[in-house]
Design a protein around this ligand. Structure first.
Ligand SMILES: [Zn+2]
Length: 336
């Protein structure tokens, strides 16, 4: 029996017990059960990553589909992203305490997607930091994300609330817990995507600008801008590359993979719109063999078509009517 199935059966037994014995027993039962089994992986001196599954949100994974990280400095710990739920944030904090007694001094939300900030409750609000755009995104879109995450992950989300970062991050070098970090700001995956480079080890935390072995998500993407960000990112030297989702790398292959997928996606959608295909025809298009091995690719492709194709259709219509106007004689031409 898989661990996920065993957990589901345990959870069902818990609910049954709740009905028979009462709410107090059910709560203690659930708390013992909902364990993400977080295991920080040390990838460089003082640098730890918790690699999530390359899946979509579900009750089976409880939303643990994201990479979170922490850097142990000389006097404090910097956390990069907080996971998908209150439980994740609390379990991340506990996992850090098992590695070091140093205090957590800074917690960064790289962007406003729910798997990167819904664990904020595990940490003090004053040390939660993000760019002003990300903070605004969490404030305005956070409640809707939270509703959706309860729907997808069920009781794993119990007690989770949106916590807006209390501090602001600007690009540049900072000293965080006795460790020099470079804060780099990009956009394209969302309106603000923050990247962190640990100067001591050269570890580059690329946030969701880079996916490795999993199809990129695009609900807030501007693909042209994202491609520019990848070009800039590829110029930055690193020892380890930590993508937002998928395995850690020591080379630029995940950047190239993300770039090729986005180029194909954008070209496919633009060409479909120019050819006058409809949404159903677009959804039925096969994913090329090069990307067929990416986790969740069928689902992400369809999701991307649903939110990107209407804009592409509009752009194709505008381009066609502009061409038509150029071809027709204007009043000015006739007058001459
Ligand atoms: Zn994201």
């Amino acid at each position: 029996m898989t661990r996920a199935r065993a957990r589901r059966i345990d959870a069902l037994l818990c609910r049954l017990m709740a009905g028979l014995i009462g709410a107090a027993t059910a709560l203690s039962c659930a708390a013992a059960d909902f364990d993400y089994q977080l295991a920080p992986e040390r990838i460089a001196d003082g640098v730890y990553v918790l690699v999530g599954r390359t899946e979509d949100f579900s009750f089976d994974n409880g939303g643990n589909i994201v990479n979170t990280s922490f850097i142990v400095g000389d006097s404090g710990v910097t956390v990069i992203d907080t996971g998908s739920s209150k439980r994740y944030g609390e379990q991340l904090r506990a996992a850090i305490a098992r590695i070091t007694p140093l205090p957590i001094t800074l917690v960064i939300n790289t962007h406003h997607h729910p798997d990167h900030f819904l664990g904020n409750q595990g940490f003090a609000t004053a040390i939660l930091a993000a760019t002003p755009t990300t903070t605004h995104g969490i404030e305005t879109e956070g409640p809707a994300f939270l509703d959706n995450m309860y729907r997808l992950n069920g009781d794993w989300m119990l007690g989770t609330e949106v916590v807006v970062p209390g501090a602001t991050l600007e690009p540049g070098r900072i000293d965080s817990g006795g460790r020099k970090l470079e804060i780099l700001t990009f956009d394209g995956h969302t309106a603000s995507d923050l990247v962190v480079r640990d100067i001591r080890t050269g570890t580059l935390f690329a946030s969701d600008l880079v996916f490795n072995g999993r199809a990129p998500t695009t609900p807030h993407a501007d693909i042209a801008t994202w491609l520019e960000a990848l070009d800039r990112l590829q110029q930055i030297p690193f020892s380890h590359l930590v993508p937002g989702h998928g395995a850690i790398a020591t080379d630029t292959r995940p950047i190239e993979q993300t770039r090729r997928y986005l180029q194909w996606l954008s070209r496919t959608i633009a060409e479909g719109a120019e050819q006058g295909l409809d949404m159903t025809e677009m959804l039925e298009k096969p994913v090329p063999a090069e990307f067929a091995g990416l986790a969740v690719v069928d689902k992400e492709y369809r999701r991307s078509v649903v939110h990107l194709f209407p804009q592409a259709e509009l752009a194709a219509l505008r381009a066609a009517s502009a061409r038509k106007a150029m071809a027709s004689p204007t009043f000015e031409h006739i007058a001459k």
